[in-house]
Design a protein around this ligand. Structure first.
Ligand SMILES: Cc1cc2nc3c(=O)[nH]c(=O)nc-3n(C[C@H](O)[C@H](O)[C@H](O)COP(=O)(O)OP(=O)(O)OC[C@H]3O[C@@H](n4cnc5c(N)ncnc54)[C@H](O)[C@@H]3O)c2cc1C
Length: 326
């Protein structure tokens, strides 16, 4: 039997991020494998209770709410003591391996002196013990590990755990007090959040992603944006395109960027280095446009077009627009 605590991730406006539903999916999977139930921890500012109410019908045994002005903006040093304190008595503490999860969970594991399995792509059970599958070496190998501590601290890959659907019912809310932060938090002051506002879908959650590589140079947005608009897509980029300043750093897809698994991934002027592929190979349909027919991206593409992108992409946009009108 595993009692699981899911740590909810909130947006700055208090809405629950879809990563939370992915973590709930993983918690349900653990309960399915070993029995037990799951709870959700919602930590945030005064509006945390309203955030928690968005999760009432996901089948949690209870929802722990820690609402305190000191938690109104996410700071790992303030959140980690709250999560660590709430985690006592649970067998597994779980969140998605988003930037939030990657930042928070090592600190939680440290405070609990607990073992940590990060970025898991599958959860299995062997002899009553949980086994976590983790991609290693840019996804070229998988490691399987089980954790010996209580609780076990885990983050799961959002692209491998589809967002859980509501299952009905009404979970009870339980207030938990804020835990006094340690000395580290005294040295941190939250100044401001500089957030890029976009009408586009969130990269890690989009159904369609159009990504551009180094080949686009300064014309990155000029070429990619019309295609992304025509497809209702989020925009991604290779690390080379980000490092060169053609695209912002948070567009990066890959081993050291975001991991995405959309229904359609369009790679434009991207060679297909293993570090890039590590972040998008689980996409359902992959389309590549590259002028080099030998580019490695074609080895994993479902549809490939050997062409100059500066000619092919505008033609594709014109065709898509014409099709929409018809
Ligand atoms: C530790 C480590 C971590 C890394 N993490 C990441 C990561 O997270 N994400 C990532 O993307 N990379 C990552 N990299 C970098 C990775 O190895 C590659 O260097 C990078 O992905 C290359 O980006 P690119 O395909 O845009 O550029 P290039 O490799 O330069 O490829 C450009 C491609 O564009 C094509 N092209 C050029 N002109 C045109 C044209 N006019 N029309 C059509 N096609 C054209 C070329 O044929 C070529 O295939 C990492 C590297 C290391 C060492």
């Amino acid at each position: 039997m595993s009692e699981v605590l899911v740590v909810a991730e909130l947006s700055s406006d208090g809405s629950v991020r879809k990563t939370t539903q992915s973590a709930i999916h993983a918690a349900r999977r653990i309960n399915h494998l070993t029995g037990g139930s799951f709870a959700i921890l919602v930590a945030g500012g005064e509006s945390a209770k309203a955030s928690a109410e968005q999760l009432l019908n996901y089948g949690a045994g209870r929802i722990l709410v820690c609402a305190d002005p000191s938690l109104s903006s996410y700071v790992a040093e303030r959140y980690a003591p709250v999560v660590a304190s709430a985690a006592k008595g649970f067998d597994v503490v779980l969140t998605a391996a988003s930037s939030f999860g990657k930042d928070l969970m090592p600190r939680v594991a440290g405070r609990l002196d607990a073992a940590y399995a990060a970025d898991c792509s599958e959860i299995l059970a062997e002899g009553g013990q949980l086994v976590f599958k983790r991609p290693m070496f840019a996804g070229n190998a998988f490691g399987f590990c089980s954790l010996e501590s209580k609780p076990q601290v885990v983050s799961v890959r959002q692209s491998e755990f589809e967002a859980a659907e509501p299952s009905g019912g009404q979970s009870p809310l339980e207030q938990v007090p804020v835990t006094a932060p340690g000395a580290a938090a005294q040295r941190i002051e939250f100044l401001s959040l500089d957030q890029v506002k976009s009408e586009r879908p969130e990269l890690a959650e989009a159904r369609v992603v159009v990504s551009g590589g180094r080949a686009l140079k300064e014309q990155f947005f000029q070429v990619i944006e019309p295609l992304a608009d025509a497809l209702g897509a989020a925009i991604g980029a290779s690390r080379a395109a980000c490092d060169a300043g053609y695209a912002p750093g948070d567009f990066q897809v890959g081993q050291t960027g975001k991991v995405v698994a959309p229904e359609l991934y369009v790679a434009i002027g991207i060679s297909g280095a293993i570090q890039h592929i590590a972040g998008m190979k689980s996409s359902r349909v992959i389309v590549a446009i590259n002028k080099d027919g030998e580019a490695p991206i074609f080895q994993i593409a479902d549809y490939g077009l050997v062409a100059d992108l500066f000619q092919a992409v505008p033609e594709l946009v014109t065709a898509l627009r014409a099709r929409k009108k018809a």
